[in-house]
Design a protein around this ligand. Structure first.
Ligand code: SF4
Length: 70
């Protein structure tokens, strides 16, 4: 079964842990500091701060991030 983590506020961010390799591109690119790497995987603990710019979705080299607004 796919291992997809969901982070919800006004928007929903889904990170596919089968794809996430912990590159940290999302952490670096997000202007709202939504992301954090935990044990080599991306998490989105500050999803409520998201400004819906879609940079994370575009930056992820593994295509692991799905965003409800992007
Ligand atoms: S859409 Fe933009 S602000 Fe929201 S989590 Fe992604 S990079 Fe950060």
């Amino acid at each position: 079964m796919a291992d997809i983590r969901e982070f919800k506020a006004d928007v929903t961010i889904k990170i596919d842990y089968d794809k996430c390799k912990g590159h940290g591109e999302c952490v670096d690119v997000c202007p709202a500091e939504v992301y954090e790497l935990v044990d080599g995987k991306s998490t989105a603990p500050r999803v409520a701060d998201c400004i819906e710019c879609c940079a994370c979705v575009e930056a992820c080299p593994e295509g692991a991030i799905e965003h409800s607004s992007c």
